[in-house]
Design a protein around this ligand. Sequence first.
Ligand SMILES: *Cc1c(COP(=O)(O)O)cnc(C)c1O
Length: 394
Amino acid sequence: MIWYPYQQMKTMKPPYEIIDAKGVYLYTKDRQLIDSVSSWWSVIHGYKHPVLTEAIKNQADNFSHVMLGGLTHKPVQKLSAKLEQWLPGDLDYCFFSDSGSVAVEVALKMALQFYVNRGERREKVLALNHAYHGDTFKAMEVGDDEDYHFAFQEKKGVYHIPTEIPALEEAFLKYHKELNCLIVEPLLQGAGGMLMYDMAFLKRARELCDAYDVLLIFDEVATGFGRTGYRFVADEVLPDILVLGKALTGGYIGHAVTVANHKVYGGFYGDDPGMAFMHGPTFMGNALAAAVALKSIELFEEGNYLKKIQRITEITKRELKGFESPKVKEIRIMGGCVCLEVKEEKTIEGYQRFAYERGVFSRPFLKYMYAMVPYVIEEEQLVKVISTMKEWLS
Ligand SMILES: *Cc1c(COP(=O)(O)O)cnc(C)c1O
């Protein structure tokens, strides 16, 4: 049987069975549902996009996978060339992997070994309170969310700080000799509760990382590809390592990439085999994933997506203007993300069913009702997503 994620299997409600999906819609046997979650924030172009489906079919007719150990191929070459040209600054060196968590592990290993290769041991990572970086062990350790990881308390290799500049400065002053990197979800902390913070924090982080020679890692697995309203937050503040996942393939197939800048890559480059980066997921650079990711990026570029996302922000703000409910603690809106944080968890009980009856798929968690819609959503569909939340809370 299937063991479902984040669920007590004994009390889990049966999941909705999806038999078809197109555009922003999921179809069950008897319902058409607007997907307000974009399948964990990944399906930015909507389901069954003809261009993406064709890309993956064409590649499957050619070959679906060959390993990158000793082999290479056009789809992965084209994707890495595209990323090199498309991503900001000198984020040019693409290490592919099969999921966001693994790509975060790769980034953290790179940061640690970068200093080992220089003959320094810097064991510690600086990270943010409420961070979420994935469910593998090191990613969990730099994460900070009891609700996900309460069973695994060991946190020896990491210092956590709030998203406040004084705390950041203090941490650098105190710990800089031990730190190999600072890792953040820039501007928007997703799984930690759609928490939003200021660009000024990131600018100061960049300055401090430069001043103390500490690597800056942006985990843009969730925020990348426009979710914050910026194409990448890395366009505004340049990290040393950028991690992308989720929307990388338009939500078609699991894949992720850890992109290093020239400085990081240079720290591994040389005649000594012992300085090489020892990591290699079996399915890294998978040809189906690479082919569909390349097309997804082209759609993003050609379709003027930042404009689409801006429209989503405007409609969301308009629909929530003046909305008040005694049950709501705070409303947060950024780019293609809206979160209504409620005061008590029990407020959310029953909402998923309520939304389902009204033709919206939603997956609230803890105290957070939220929407991260596919960017191709129509105005009336988005209005429906938001009005369903308002109706529940009124
Ligand atoms: C989802 C997520 C991950 C983990 O990605 P997976 O593909 O689920 O392993 C890592 N970091 C952030 C910020 C995420 O939102």
